[in-house]
Design a binder for this molecule. Structure first.
Ligand code: LLP
Length: 471
């Protein structure tokens, strides 16, 4: 079937044609749309210009969308935990592991979020970008002395204790520096939630936190209470990532509050703050449900905190969350250029069309690592032919190097076309690698018709610079 240039072919029933920005705005950056010619534009900048003036592959961030999502999280928490409602304040810390750059932290903190870091690199970046240390947290299940020392010297807001041994280590480093260490204790509450086994983090048999069930959490709290240089701020729980709906978060909050009551009863400790982690899911394809808006998550948390604390006679604590994916994920697309297009005969008959692009598992490891599904559209034009089932693959030396497992692309997709994959803002760039000596793509910020590098792409020289053998 051939249709007029500029028109969009009808998607047949059961098709895997990606929803366009006007059909599923939640999947795309806020400003994404098609212009009159059928070209995808973001922040008022067309895909063709982005590819020509910058490079492919590239991550393209809608700067206004990022600021907007940060603002929504910060205000949802502030409003739902407003002291006028008898609450004690709420706050949102952006989980920097999802994607960090100086611009990103300035944008999210400018809208009222704090920043949670989980490594020396993330902490140094946040500090150098000028984030107020009083708005920074430090996570990590295997923190180095250097990380703890820098956090304490720079006066970060909170360090999350992840194991019993850390109590003494943080205490000793704080003592050596002559400072007090503000700490929260990360609990394992036994809940199994999350999009994939590797990103569920609060069931018993995994490496994070201290277990409520086996008594370690109570023991760690006792040691924190008795340590001379530790200031106990409160309790933390992060149950996993890419979680849809609010039920699992509410249940985790209930378990944490019950534990706070136990801590008061057994140890005489008042829990002044709760951090209920990140994990709110987003949509990656048209098959995913529209995600729960932050305000609904915040409201559900506020209800359970108010009701459970009330029932147990606990003072309402200050409550924070740490959303990473839901802050940055949908703000960004990856723009690829199509290389080879190949129809492969299948053993059982029929063919599969492989559309190979100029990136792949080095800029998005999520399909290979978690079996994550994405979708894609032709970005430089509308197709002129009826959709054909395609597999979008990368250029790396592995058959598992899949970008989009199944998507219907216009049948005339060809070498040189541009593809846009939505919802790549979280855990794309931050998990990128140099496999096959691929250079990491750059990140372009777009806004109001202007585009600029937020992070420049690596060059081959950047890769070779560390090799002593090349002098
Ligand atoms: N807080 C803590 C303590 C975390 O460990 C994480 C994520 C977050 C907050 C943020 O979670 P989010 O809101 O982004 O779901 N690489 C995986 C995700 C790993 C998440 C690790 N921790 C992925 O690509 O799906």
């Amino acid at each position: 079937m051939t249709v007029e240039s500029g028109a969009r072919p009808e998607a047949p029933a059961g098709s895997l044609v990606a929803p366009e920005p006007d059909e599923r705005p939640d999947l795309w950056p806020w400003t994404a749309k098609r212009d009159a010619s059928g070209e995808l534009t973001i922040g008022g900048v067309g895909a063709v210009r982005l590819a020509a003036d910058f490079a492919t592959p590239a991550f393209v961030v809608d700067a206004a969308d990022l600021a907007g999502r940060a603002r929504v999280w910060a205000s949802a928490m502030a409003e739902e935990f407003w002291d006028g409602y008898g609450m004690s304040g709420g706050d949102a810390f952006y989980a920097g592991k999802a994607f960090l750059s100086a611009d990103v932290v300035r944008s999210v903190t400018g809208q009222g979020m704090g920043v949670d870091t989980a490594s020396l690199g993330e902490l140094v970046l946040a500090l150098r970008a000028g984030v107020d240390p009083a708005r920074i947290g430090l996570h990590g299940n295997s923190k180095s002395d250097e990380e703890i020392r820098l956090a304490l010297e720079s006066g970060v807001h909170r360090i999350f204790i992840d194991s019993a041994g850390e109590v003494d280590r943080i205490e000793a480093i704080a003592d050596g520096l002559g400072v007090r260490a503000p700490v929260m204790v990360r609990l394992t509450c036994g809940i199994h939630a999350g999009g994939n086994e590797y990103i569920a983090t609060a069931h018993e048999d995994q490496k994070f936190g201290v277990s409520i069930a086996d008594g370690q959490a109570l023991d760690v709290l006792r040691r924190v209470r008795d340590a001379e240089h530790l200031d106990f701020l409160g309790l933390h729980s992060h149950i996993g990532s890419q979680i849809l709906g609010v039920e699992a978060f509410v249940e985790a909050a209930r378990l944490v509050i019950d534990f706070a009551a136990l801590a008061r009863e057994r140890l005489g400790i008042e829990v002044g703050a709760l951090d209920l982690g990140g994990g709110v899911g987003i949509a990656y394809t048209g098959a995913d449900p529209v995600p729960t808006p932050p305000v609904e998550v915040a409201r559900a948390l506020a209800r359970i905190v108010r009701d459970r604390c009330g029932a147990l006679g606990l003072a309402i604590p200050h409550v924070s969350v740490e959303p990473g994916r839901s802050t940055v994920g949908p703000t960004t697309i990856t723009l690829y250029r199509v290389g080879a297009v190949k129809d492969v005969s299948l053993p059982g008959g029929g063919t599969r069309r492989y559309v190979a692009v100029d990136g792949g598992m080095s800029d998005n490891i999520r399909p290979a690592l978690y079996g994550a599904d994405y979708t894609a559209v032709l970005a430089n034009r509308h197709g002129k032919s009826a959709p054909v089932r395609c597999r979008v693959v990368g250029k790396h030396c592995e058959s598992g190097d899949i970008v989009v497992r199944d998507v219907d692309l216009p049948g005339d997709v060809r070498t040189g076309d541009l593809l846009a994959v939505p919802a790549t803002g979280a855990y794309g760039y931050s998990m990128a690698s140099n496999y096959n000596m691929a250079t990491k793509p750059g990140v372009i910020a777009v806004e109001d018709g202007c585009a600029r590098w937020m992070i420049r792409p690596q060059g081959i020289e950047d890769l070779l610079a560390l090799d002593e053998g090349l002098g």
